[in-house]
Ligand binder design. Structure first.
Ligand code: ZN
Length: 236
């Protein structure tokens, strides 16, 4: 009996060790909510927009083929959707370059307030106006997310963001109408910027959604502009 117990303990220990080995994850971001939402913010950031933000831990495979942990700052009403989409991203092994809140030191190094176009970072909340305008972007309220900007650029006429990027539907990490990631977002009522040809632009990286119970709040918040320097802003 004692020998059997001993064998069971060893089997359990080996099982735990194997599980630990299988689930080794590279932690790229492990900020607190306060760090991710309140630090490194522009001076005119809206406290009532910040109050509605949630920090979500996500897992995904990087272009290095390894499993990573990142974090997304998103409106509380969309946190469940983001968890579901990242379950699809992980399961389908859709590669993602990095998923860091814009307040993360690695992003801040590249440009004040996370507004640099020279990153290939997947992020949702960032306090900024729409590209070329004063109206707040949906990103300002955590109601939009950009995925792999370099593989999925913003294209309007001659303007391409990030600069020098190219849309190649066959390249890994690229979003297309048939992508499981695009399908998952649309199934939950999100709009994809890759469908905006009729508006005269394509924003392949961009998904947005306004939860029905926040429509009035967003409409009120869209009145007026932001003080952020629009030359520093990236895209919608
Ligand atoms: Zn966007």
């Amino acid at each position: 009996m004692r020998r059997l117990m001993c064998a069971m303990v060893w089997a359990a220990a080996i099982g735990v060790a194997l599980l630990a080995g299988c689930s080794s994850v590279i932690v790229d971001s492990n900020l607190t909510r306060r760090q991710a939402v309140c630090e490194n913010q522009p001076p005119d950031v809206s406290p009532d927009a910040q109050e509605r933000l949630e920090l979500v831990d996500v897992r995904y495979y990087g272009f290095d083929g390894k499993e990573h942990q990142g974090q997304v700052v998103i409106n509380k009403g969309l946190a469940g959707d983001i968890r579901k989409v990242f379950a699809v991203i992980l399961e389908s092994r859709f590669p993602v370059a990095s998923v860091l809140p814009v307040a993360h030191p690695e992003i801040q190094k590249k440009g004040l307030y996370g507004l640099s176009p020279n990153t290939n970072n997947t992020s949702a909340y960032v306090w900024r106006p729409v590209t070329g305008g004063r109206k707040p972007s949906m990103h300002s309220f955590g109601l939009a997310i950009d995925i792999n900007p370099r593989q999925n650029p913003y294209i309007r006429g001659e303007r391409v963001l990030p600069p020098g990027s190219r849309y190649d539907p066959a390249a890994p990490g690229t979003l297309t109408p048939d992508s499981p990631v695009v399908r998952a977002f649309k199934a939950m009522g999100w709009t994809w910027g890759g469908d905006w040809a009729a508006l005269g632009l394509l924003d392949y990286m961009h998904f947005e959604k306004i939860p029905p119970d926040q429509e009035d709040w967003v409409r009120r918040r869209l009145v007026g502009g932001l003080k952020v320097d629009e030359s520093a802003a990236r895209r919608d």
